[in-house]
Design a protein around this ligand. Structure first.
Ligand code: 3PG
Length: 221
């Protein structure tokens, strides 16, 4: 599949749910029940971060056993991690910043990539690579909705996935923006809930977020 086709398919699926839960999984054995809890909450998408040694195996298990869930890799900082994510079955790659090596690896291998940006310079670096859907990170500390509106204004074709400090209290405000494709965050499945195997709680928090997203306007830039 070409990058463009893969990107179109992944983006369609992300735009439909408008949420990307950011997961930190310490034990790969939690991956499948966690993926099922997200699905039961109405969310067929997840980003497994390379912040733990279990990330690669967690992605492999979700891709193999819960294929209806769109699984991606997050916190991808090196080419090696990007390659490992791809081999494990990650359908997309996210990074906190704009890392040219990760971006180039993904473009060479046809893997949809959403690098993190925060400034006009970084947005233009991504545009120069032909990328126009970007993670906006860290959303709240960087200035939140007000900052995002201002920084997005000159770039009519760019859409963002704000992440960092987003939760039920401010989710709707972000999703109301036309330049926002989806919001990312850990609040639906925080690391300690995953570690405690609190899958019922994760399902409920996910369902709550899905309901907020369902009612939100915006997106579709
Ligand atoms: C990320 O990696 O995208 C962020 O750590 C998620 O941010 P949050 O924990 O504030 O949701």
């Amino acid at each position: 599949m070409t990058t463009e086709h893969a990107m179109t398919e992944v983006l369609e699926r992300i735009r439909r749910v408008r949420l990307v839960p950011v997961l930190v999984i310490d034990d790969a054995a939690a991956a499948v029940p966690l993926a099922r809890a997200l699905l039961e909450g109405g969310l067929p998408c997840a980003e497994v971060t390379f912040r733990t040694a279990a990330a690669e195996e967690a992605i492999r298990r979700i891709a193999g056993e819960v294929p209806e869930l769109l699984v991606g890799a997050g916190t991808v900082l090196t080419r090696e991690q990007a390659a490992a994510a791809r081999a494990a079955g990650a359908r997309f790659v996210v990074s906190p910043g704009f890392g040219p090596a990760v971006v180039d690896h993904c473009l060479e291998h046809g893997v949809p990539v959403f690098p993190g940006v925060c400034t006009p310079t970084e947005i233009e670096m991504a545009l120069a690579k032909g990328l126009s859907t970007l993670k906006f990170f860290p959303a709240e500390p960087a200035g939140g909705v007000r900052y995002l509106k201002a920084v997005a204004a000159p770039y009519g074709t760019v859409e963002f996935i704000p992440t960092g400090g987003i939760g039920p209290a401010n989710l709707a405000e972000y999703l109301a923006l036309r330049c926002v494709a989806a919001c990312g965050g850990s609040w639906m499945a925080p690391a300690d809930w995953i570690a405690e195997r609190a899958f019922g709680r994760i399902r409920e928090e996910t369902a709550r977020a899905v309901e907020i997203a369902r009612q939100a306007k915006g997106g579709a830039r």
